[in-house]
Design a protein around this ligand. Structure first.
Ligand code: ADP
Length: 338
């Protein structure tokens, strides 16, 4: 499809360039021939009326010379136009390739996204379908069993809802829906709010989240969309808990830097090895969990969403990690709006 488009674009480049070139060549040709013709006539008149230096004018030689010059001009123009044709053909093909490359990349990325999303949706859907079919086939299904079945189904539906919500955020041009408010939000409140949201999960694993706002961090306010920034903090805290062992600690440290603020989320969990660390912000990327003790739920969309939101605010998110000793995610946000 792209090869065809590239060839078509090249043809258009060549046609437009050749039209311009032929138009100018034709004008040059007509102009030069007219000038030559006028000069030849004037010379002939001068010789006939007043007589030239040799007293005669050879019409045949002059007309042969005229024809020779005309042919030379024609050949030169034809050669120049052939050169332009070859040059624009080659350059046009190259330029068309370059012009189409970003579109090609975007389409391929979109195709990958749709295929990954369908793949992720198919798993819970298949499990839901199987569970309903088995339930329907069981003629002796009693009320407690039916409730159990419905509960399982609801879990699958909830998980699909999370996935579709995440997919929507990633597919929209703006993760914040253009809601980066011009009003400042309190960084401290966003951290507190996100800690509240993951409190139940942390309690389940007996993980303590340590956050002590200092005088400086308590006063930090930034131009940002509070809901989106809280969402990022929840993603990072949720991961810190998910990928840590029971009874460990997670620290949140906020600090003001020149022109920006930083918030660090430090855990003492399973960590990420260097090769995998390069990909954790890619959509649907999940570190291979076959070697870890517990399998953790997730779709590999949390970090890409966090990155999208932070970058939309003009900030940065980076991760440092060493396997088995823990991970630190640092979010940096500008103090002034873009
Ligand atoms: P998921 O839904 O799988 O958690 P994310 O995009 O949030 O998706 O994270 C991508 C992958 O990065 C995770 O599957 C996990 O392997 C790894 N990861 C993220 N945060 C941490 C962390 N704090 N400690 C260890 N691994 C992490």
């Amino acid at each position: 499809m792209f090869k065809e488009a590239r060839i078509k674009l090249t043809i258009w480049y060549v046609v437009v360039t050749m039209l311009i070139s032929v138009f100018f060549s034709f004008s040059i040709y007509v102009r030069v021939i007219n000038d030559l013709d006028r000069g030849y006539r004037r010379l002939s008149v001068v010789y006939h009326e007043r007589g030239g230096p040799f007293g005669f004018f050879d019409e045949a030689v002059a007309s042969e010379q005229f024809e020779h010059s005309r042919r030379n001009i024609l050949i030169t123009l034809l050669l120049i136009n052939s050169g332009i044709l070859v040059l624009t053909g080659t350059a046009g093909y190259f330029l068309a390739g370059r012009a189409l490359k970003p579109i090609q990349n975007m389409l391929e990325e979109q195709k990958r996204f749709i295929s990954d999303a369908s793949h992720e949706l198919r798993t819970p859907l298949t499990s839901l379908k199987t569970s309903i079919e088995v339930g329907l086939r069981n003629k002796h299904l009693d009320v407690p069993q039916s409730r159990e079945l419905l509960r399982d189904n609801l879990e699958e539906v909830n998980s699909m809802q999370v996935l579709t919500d995440d997919l929507l955020v990633l597919s929209r041009p703006s993760a914040t829906n253009g809601k980066i408010s011009r009003e400042n939000m309190s960084l401290d409140l966003a951290v507190e709010e996100s800690i509240k949201k993951v409190a139940a999960l942390a309690q389940k694993k007996d993980i303590k989240i340590l956050y002590a706002p200092t005088d400086i961090s308590a006063g930090i306010s930034i131009p940002a969309d509070e809901k989106s920034i809280t969402q990022v903090f929840v993603i990072l805290l949720d991961n810190a808990i998910k990928y840590s062992k029971m009874g460990t600690q997670v620290q949140v440290i906020a600090a003001q830097l020149p022109g920006s603020v930083s918030v660090k989320f430090k855990d003492h969990g399973i960590g990420i090895n260097p090769e995998e660390l390069l990909h954790i912000f890619d959509r649907f990327y999940r570190v291979d969990q076959s070697r870890s003790a517990e399998v953790v739920d997730g779709f590999g969309l949390g970090l890409p969403i966090a990155k999208k939101i932070i970058e939309e605010h003009g900030g940065k998110i980076v991760a440092e990690s060493s396997p088995q000793s823990g991970t630190v995610f640092t979010v940096t946000l500008p103090l002034n709006s873009k």
